[in-house]
Each structure stands twice: as structure tokens, then as C-alpha cells.
Design a protein around this ligand. Sequence first.
Ligand SMILES: C=C1C[C@]23C[C@@]1(O)CC[C@H]2[C@@]12CC[C@H](O)[C@@](C)(C(=O)O1)[C@H]2[C@@H]3C(=O)O
Ligand SMILES: O=C(O)CCC(=O)C(=O)O
Ligand SMILES: [Fe+2]
Length: 334
Amino acid sequence: MVVLAKPPPALDQISLLRCPQPGDAASFFGVPAVDLSSPGAALAVVDACERFGFFKVVNHGVPTGVVDRLEAEAVRFFASPQADKDACGPANPLGYGNKRIGRNGDMGWLEYLLLALDGASSVSKASPVPSSSLRDAVNQYVAAVRGLATSVLEAVAEGLGVAPRDALSGMVTDAASDQVFRINHYPACPLLQRLPDSCGVTGFGEHTDPQLVSVLRSNGTAGLQVALHDDGGRWVPVPPDRDAFFVIVGDSLQVLTNGRLKSVRHRVVANSLKPRVSMIYFAGPAPAQRIAPLPQVLGHGEQSLYRDFTWGDYKKAAYRSRLGDNRLDPFRIQ
Ligand SMILES: C=C1C[C@]23C[C@@]1(O)CC[C@H]2[C@@]12CC[C@H](O)[C@@](C)(C(=O)O1)[C@H]2[C@@H]3C(=O)O
Ligand SMILES: O=C(O)CCC(=O)C(=O)O
Ligand SMILES: [Fe+2]
């Protein structure tokens, strides 16, 4: 991350970034698009996860109405009086959060609602929810995207030659699995117009997701960027696609495949004109789940690159870390 200048007071504590420019030919990035029902989907998923740790699912079959209903509920919540939003916060880590991300000093130009899901993938009783209509919309949406996450993990198993087919997806359908759901709202940031074009304001700072996979959907506002694996971590913008779901490989899937699939660093930069709304489902395993390379991904004589840990261990360490930390480093065998 590069801090470029002293920010205007409203952006105090929020880092400024050097951003790729839209006209910059070098920033072109063709996000792989996969139709999970097509022949060859399993190999396409593995290829995308190996090369980028990132792809989008098209022709997914999730009804538009389910997505639109949740987006409308989210917009309504974020437009409600600040006191009503604050009644669901401060995020610790669950609940309504404003600019502060996590507990360790990270800040971004956003507000959000972070919810835990129970074994049936419904919003848990421990999560502060503003209304029953938002709760119902989240439950309906999550039922659909959890199905997408399990199909992706089945495709990964198939593409890697791992049996049984549910070796990975079963970790998410397990009644004790640890699933989290987040709705982010990045207000338009007009102050950006006072900064040089090459300068961005951090919406959500760079990080990898700790879970197995995350399924992200946003409105049509740009802002998401990913760091390429094979080009010195060069940041490239991801063109928004409100009709697709983006899949992000998390650290746990990296370990389960002994580094063959790699988690991807990603971040969000604020937009000067349009608000961005995103909703992300984080598919995590049960706290007691051992996170270690699946025997079938290890070649003859290949050793694990990581020391053994459970999801519970990793989550505890993650929540003590800063957003941009490389959370897997302490678990790597030298
Ligand atoms: C700074 C932090 C926020 C985070 C917990 C952490 O300490 C490090 C990981 C962060 C992250 C990134 C992906 C998800 O948005 C998230 C919910 C998660 O599981 O790990 C967030 C955490 C958070 O916002 O509390
Ligand atoms: O809001 C987005 O588009 C991405 C946010 C994100 O990466 C996260 O919440 O972990
Ligand atoms: Fe993320």
C-alpha cells in the first residue's frame, strides 16, 4: 500500500492508494467466467483458482428477485437514520460497523453489517439485525449462494481428482460450519475529485479471506481490485457485473490443496460518484475441522507446506491480525 499525500480531514485515518488507470492497457484483466453446468466446468474452476484465486460464475440460476430483494433491503437499511444503524453496532465483530474494520485499527470508506449464520444457514440469534424483512431477505439469499459455494467446492474436488465429491463441500454443509455474511455499503466519495486521478481512497483495505471460499455479488459500481499472482502482485480492477457472482479463494482452501489453489489478495477503492453495495457469503468450516492438505492432492513424497491447525485456531489468529497481514505465514513450515 502506498500513502501518497496528506488526506483531507474527512479521510483522516483512511489510507490513500495508487490505483491502476482505466485507460492503462496494462491493467486489462479478463476475469475467467464459468458456467458450472457446462461440460469441463470442474477443470475451468481449478484452472481459474490456480491462476488467479478468482473467477465469476455466470448462468448461475439464482433468481434475480432474490438478489434484488436483498439489495433493496440493504439500501433501505443504510439510508435509515444513523441512530437506527448504530443500534445494531458497534461491530464486535458482528453487527453494524462504520469505517472501522475488525478490532485492530483498520479503517475504510464504508459502512457494513456483519452477520453470523447458524447450522441451517439462517441469520444466527447472536447477530443484531435491523428488521425481520432484512433477516428474511438474507436467509433467502444465503440459501441460494450457499448452494453455489457447495457446487464450486464440488467442482474443485472433481477437478483435482479428490474423492468423495463432497470432501470439501461437506465442510460447509456440516451443521457446525462457521458461515458469515456481510453487506458492505461504500458511499460515493466526492472528495476524491480533489485528489490526483492516480489516487484512490481505501474502501476495504487489501487482504485475503481466511475461509474456504467467498461468494461476492455487487451492484454495478466499480471498485473491486485483485492482485495478480504471477505479475508481482500487480493490482487490476475487476469490471462490475451485477448479474454474476464472484468467487474468491480463501486461505483455508489454499492449505487444503497444499498451495495448489491460492487465496487472492483483493481490496475495494471508493468511487467518487456512485455508491457501491456488495454482499459476501464467507464459507468457513466447523471450528474443530482440521485444515491440512487432502491426501489426494499430495504427490508421491510431497510434504505439507503448513503445520496442522483447526479452523478454530486459524480464525482466532486471524481476528488478532491486521487486515493486510499475511495470516498464513506463521502456519507455514519453513
Ligand atoms: C481486520 C480484520 C477484519 C476481519 C478480521 C480481521 O482481524 C482480519 C480478517 C478480516 C476478515 C476479512 C474477510 C471477511 O470480511 C471477514 C469477516 C473475515 O472473516 O476476515 C473480515 C474480518 C472482520 O471484518 O471482522
Ligand atoms: O465489498 C467488496 O466488494 C469486497 C469486500 C471484501 O473483500 C470483504 O468483505 O471481505
Ligand atoms: Fe474479502
